[in-house]
Design a protein around this ligand. Sequence first.
Ligand code: FES
Length: 197
Amino acid sequence: MSLEFSAQARQRIERLLTQYPTAQAALLPVLHLAQDEFGHLSDEALHLVADTLKLPPAHVFGVITFYTMFHRENTGRNELMVCTNVSCMLRGGYDILHHIESRLGIKAGQSTPDGCFHLVEEECLAACANAPMMICGPEYHLDLTPQKVDTILDDLRRRWQERAKQAVPAGGISGTSSGPVGTKTIMGIGPGPGHKS
Ligand code: FES
């Protein structure tokens, strides 16, 4: 059976298409939505997005492979993307990164032995006003402190363990679970360039 968006996702895409001047301008939020819906952006998901927005698959492929927040495979792990670019660096981004490294016993670029976390040092993730920050899946974690990071890591591990217990099939988590206080989803963090309210 070919991949389809849920009715709820189709409604969100319809709304996105009224908020951006062109279908191409809506590509990033639609890709986030697809990744949220399917867990990762497989070839099938890529073609579904291209068909939905009437864009060349090669263009969609180029965008997916350019941005590090899009994943072509479903690893099932929590990808912690910690920004250490200028704004975050000036507000303790490296302290946050090193705190996570120490807490998880890994370095940036490594995964925890249980497969729960993979840590990545990132360039600017477009939330400089709330530096230091990191992304995990669809969630932006803002204005981080070591204490906030501890709460977030505990919550992510608890949810990962719950998912493992429930043995959620490939296709991923729906993204409807709530994160710690202060978490924003990528879809909720605000419109990008070209957005009309
Ligand atoms: S410098 Fe970290 S989000 Fe921009």
